[in-house]
Design a protein around this ligand. Structure first.
Ligand code: TMP
Length: 204
């Protein structure tokens, strides 16, 4: 993207239950404590398409894979136009829980071509940093079912998540940093801070 921006876009990616949302909150707090202007956001959003996507969680087979992809793309387009681009232009540090690498990995694992998915996201601002959290799928699934006491939705079945993890592992882009999420929250937070620090120095 060539649009002028003065903020930072940091995205949190990975399979479900890897603790990325916890790490996002910890980073937000650490940055705010230092006086940085932080905006937290997530995908799917709470917009009209995001709501349609959430309705699919329990009935994924009611739409084709292509229709599902189109919903994620429509949701992202709205997110970019209404929130991400204005926030980046106004100098915010935007922390986004899931972004287009999730589309490449999840819809790629569902059978669509990852290269085509990536190309169709060409309208979306390229992240300054994508923190890609990985942990054994079994660990993540246990966190969802036992830790949070939730049932697995249609996007969270273990063998599908295994394929999603393989997809994530195969994506190779210069802004990706991989994080071993099977460690303590403190150790991971420390890694996250170390990865973000050089970007802050560029902003100053
Ligand atoms: P979450 O709100 O728990 O992160 O759940 C969002 C689910 O949607 C998660 O299982 C991953 C899936 N997803 C996709 O399949 N494609 C996408 O582009 C995004 C953003 C999420």
């Amino acid at each position: 993207m060539s649009e002028k921006r003065t903020g930072l876009l940091i995205v949190f990616e990975g399979t479900d239950g890897t603790g990325k949302s916890t790490q996002l909150q910890l980073l937000a707090q650490a940055l705010r404590d230092k006086g940085w202007p932080v905006l937290i956001t997530y995908e799917p959003t709470d917009g009209v398409y995001g709501k349609q996507i959430r309705e699919l969680y329990a009935h994924r087979d009611t739409v084709s894979r292509e229709e599902e992809l189109n919903l994620f793309l429509a949701d992202r387009r709205e997110h970019v136009e209404q929130l991400l681009t204005p926030a980046l232009k106004s100098g915010k540090i935007v922390l986004c829980d899931r972004y287009y690498l999730s589309t490449v990995a999840y819809q790629g694992a569902a059978g669509l071509d990852p290269e085509i998915i990536l190309a169709r996201n060409g309208f979306a601002p390229v992240p300054d940093l994508a923190l890609l959290f990985h942990a054994p799928i079994h660990t993540g699934v246990k966190r969802i079912t036992q830790g949070r006491g939730e049932e697995l939705n249609d996007f969270e079945k273990e063998d599908y998540l295994q394929q999603v993890a393989t997809m994530f592992a195969q994506i190779n882009l210069p802004f990706i940093r991989r994080i071993d999420a099977a460690r303590s929250i403190e150790a991971i937070h420390c890694d996250v801070l170390n990865l973000v620090q050089p970007l802050l120095e560029k902003l100053q």
